[in-house]
Ligand binder design. Structure first.
Ligand SMILES: [Zn+2]
Ligand SMILES: [Zn+2]
Length: 220
């Protein structure tokens, strides 16, 4: 059974909020509700689903801005890597202060660690800690759905910036190597935090930042 993926682009940084939907269960997970809480809530209402969780790929302000309102209205737990759980409550850590963006604090209900596996929406998921853009960024990967929920790890034709506090070019290289060599296959769809959806194979073939990270001698 395939999950449905709906996408809303929200806020001034055009962040992608995703709704992963299991139609049979009338159940959804909201990924990175970054801004425009009212729009997100009305989309949930239109879908006619129960929201069973809010996933934050990482805690930059543009990915978490509507956490509080969506959690309050749906009762859904907020999940994120333990390193960035405190960022949800800090205007400084999440970058809102740095960018002069409005900030509404929220609180993690539970936290992830690398390699965690769990069932959600009738699918098995694995948490892959993928630092580089931010220290606690996680990709949520479903082998059954061939899906990478990657936040700002990888974009169509680009990768996440590494110059923000806690960013690391060396960590990004390692995360990209793991993603392309170990965690996924070329036919996996990638849901990025900004810009259009892509695939692992497409990025392996045409994304020079990925090719640089994977190094010479690998096909591309
Ligand atoms: Zn980010
Ligand atoms: Zn972002």
């Amino acid at each position: 059974m395939a999950l449905q993926v709906h996408q809303l682009t929200v806020g001034p940084l055009e962040e992608n909020c995703y709704f992963l939907v299991n139609e049979d269960r009338r159940e959804a997970i909201v990924v990175d509700p970054g801004d425009e809480g009212a729009v997100i809530l009305s989309h949930i209402k239109n879908l006619g689903v129960r929201v069973s969780a809010i996933w934050n790929t990482h805690a930059h302000f543009d990915h978490i801005g509507a956490n509080a309102v969506v959690a309050a209205q749906t009762g859904a737990p907020i999940l994120i890597h333990a390193i960035e759980a405190p960022w949800l409550e800090s205007e400084m850590l999440c970058g809102a202060a740095l960018f002069g963006a409005p900030f509404v604090p929220s609180k993690a209900t539970g936290t992830w660690a690398d390699g965690d596996q769990f069932e959600a929406l009738g699918t098995q998921w694995i948490v892959r800690h993928a630092p580089g853009h931010s220290p606690g960024l996680c990709a949520l990967i479903s082998n059954d759905e061939k899906l990478v929920v990657g936040g700002d790890l990888l974009f169509k034709g680009s990768v996440g910036r590494m110059d923000l506090p806690g960013g690391s070019a060396a960590a990004m290289t390692q995360s990209l190597r793991s993603l392309f060599n170990d965690w996924s296959k070329d036919d996996f769809r990638v849901l990025p935090g900004h810009g259009p959806v892509t695939t692992i194979g497409q990025e392996r073939k045409s994304n020079w930042l990925v090719q640089e990270a994977l190094g010479p001698g690998l096909e591309g």
